[in-house]
Design a protein around this ligand. Structure first.
Ligand code: ADP
Length: 220
């Protein structure tokens, strides 16, 4: 069963995806990660993407769709889509890509999260520049053992440049305006599951496991 996560910013899609990758062998496709990888290339496209992301706005559908399509084509096995679709046009495009690639087996999971908590998660989030592990300085269970240093690989922890209060507010309102209509789209297709994500990620993970249980096979 393939999974599409739809959620406000900082709802925990990345953390949950990591758990699903480790235990069930999913391939994690994050459009945010794809875009950040483009930024690292330091070419014209990367610079354009960086400006848009740091304003909290959405990157154009053409750019993101092209990046995603290439990734989806090369996937062999089950996947998690994190960060796409983010508006109705992208949902329509994804439907087309799924038909083209004969992908029918999927569920859309909406992680429902209050704005105040989402902001706290975003502003406290720090990410390892070495291995990509994520921590949160506002929540005891998610703090690194030594401030600013990754527990796993010892590299430096950094804030994402779009995890500022100002950018978060734009990201959240972009989500409400552009992304939340996508929920009705999947509800009408009979493909929507809703989870209360105002609890710790371990609990959300358990709910997903109970929900999809028989439809997920353990990693071999
Ligand atoms: P979050 O879900 O925490 O906001 P992401 O890593 O998913 O973070 O996305 C970061 C940024 O990348 C978004 O704010 C947006 O600018 C851009 N982005 C990601 N996915 C898409 C998409 N499908 N369409 C347009 N822009 C996107």
């Amino acid at each position: 069963m393939n999974i599409i996560f739809i959620a406000p910013p900082a709802a925990g899609k990345g953390t949950l995806s990591d758990k699903l990758v480790t235990k069930y062998g999913y391939k994690h496709l994050s459009t945010g990660d794809l875009l950040r990888a483009e930024i690292k290339k330091e070419n014209d496209l990367g610079k354009k993407i960086e400006e848009i992301i740091s304003r909290g706005e959405l990157v154009s559908d053409d750019i993101i769709t092209e990046l995603l399509k290439n990734e989806l084509k090369s996937i062999d096995g089950k996947f998690i889509l994190d960060g796409y679709p983010r508006n109705i046009a992208q949902a329509n495009t994804l439907n087309g890509i799924f038909s083209e690639l004969n992908i029918e087996n999927y569920v859309t999971i909406y992680l429902d999260l209050e704005e105040e908590l989402a902001m706290k998660r975003a502003l406290g989030r720090v990410i390892c520049g070495g291995c990509g592990a994520s921590y949160n300085t506002y929540f005891e269970n998610f703090m690194p053992k030594n401030e600013g240093i990754c527990d796993k690989c010892g590299s430096e922890l950094k804030h994402r440049s779009d995890d500022t209060e100002e950018t978060f507010k734009v990201r959240f309102s972009t989500y409400v305006e552009k992304t939340s209509p996508v929920l009705d789209y999947y509800k009408n297709l009979g493909k929507l599951e809703v989870i209360d994500a105002n609890v710790e990620s371990d609990e959300v993970f358990k709910i997903i496991e109970e929900m999809l249980g028989a439809q997920m096979t353990l990693k071999k």
